[in-house]
Write a new protein. Structure first.
Lengths: 112, 115
């Protein structure tokens, strides 16, 4: 079946540095991916999405890169701030329309 | 407005109780979802409603009963739950357009504890 997974369960960065969170997927037909941020005690918050007809998409301080050849995507956060501390999930399409499969999540900790 | 609201925020119930979780959105989304999330785990899909009709049930036990009274509201009725059902229950909504995936927007969740 489909799967979406993250490479590292935790990531610690210094405030002001750039962060890179990685994700791999198994289904080469997957056409849409989303990154969510989940702070403690809150629901997942949409950060950015990307469709398979794109290699890169930029938002405010965030960039998502999609490499369809190796079925890998990454979330880059520029100038990481303490408020960026959270668990980050990548998500991709599951078997049925409307079904999202989430990766295991990477916990980002920002050191002041 | 990209807000999905959920009530209650916290719920403690015994195994013989009947309770309901409520979710509301006013974004005009016609798909609504229930997820269950255990600590340090990703959300797991339970149910999907599309145009107020149940379209996906991920083999959820019958002690969880979803209901979609209208396009803005989604309920999850709980009965005879087990302690292992304790978790964060998340509601989400999205557009429904042919042939594609669309971003799901999540509510803050209901933290459920079953004693």
């Amino acid at each position: 079946g489909e799967s979406v997974g993250l490479h590292l369960p935790t990531l610690s960065v210094q405030e002001g540095d750039n962060s890179i969170i990685n994700c791999a997927y198994s289904n080469s037909a997957s056409d849409y991916f989303i990154w969510y941020k989940q702070e403690s005690g809150k629901g997942p918050q949409f950060i950015i999405d990307i469709r398979s007809n794109m290699d890169k998409r930029q938002g405010q301080r965030v960039t998502v890169l999609l490499n369809k050849t190796v079925k890998h995507l990454s979330l880059q956060i520029a100038a990481t701030q303490p408020g960026d501390s959270a668990v980050y999930f990548c998500a991709g399409p599951g078997g049925s329309q409307g079904n999202l499969i989430f990766g295991k999540g990477t916990k980002l900790s920002v050191k002041p | 407005d990209t807000e999905v609201t959920q009530t209650p925020k916290h719920l403690v119930m015994g195994m013989t109780n009947k309770k309901s979780l409520k979710c509301e959105q006013h974004m005009g989304h016609r798909a609504m979802y229930w997820y269950k999330q255990k600590a340090k785990k990703p959300p797991e899909l339970m149910f999907v409603y599309s145009y107020e009709k149940l379209s996906i049930n991920e083999s959820v036990p019958s002690r969880f009963s979803p209901e979609c009274p209208n396009s803005s509201l989604l309920n999850l009725h709980l009965h005879a739950l087990q302690p292992e059902d304790s978790a964060l229950y998340l509601c989400a909504s999205s557009q429904v357009l042919a042939g594609g995936q669309y971003t799901q927007y999540f509510g803050p969740g209901t933290r459920l504890t079953v004693l």
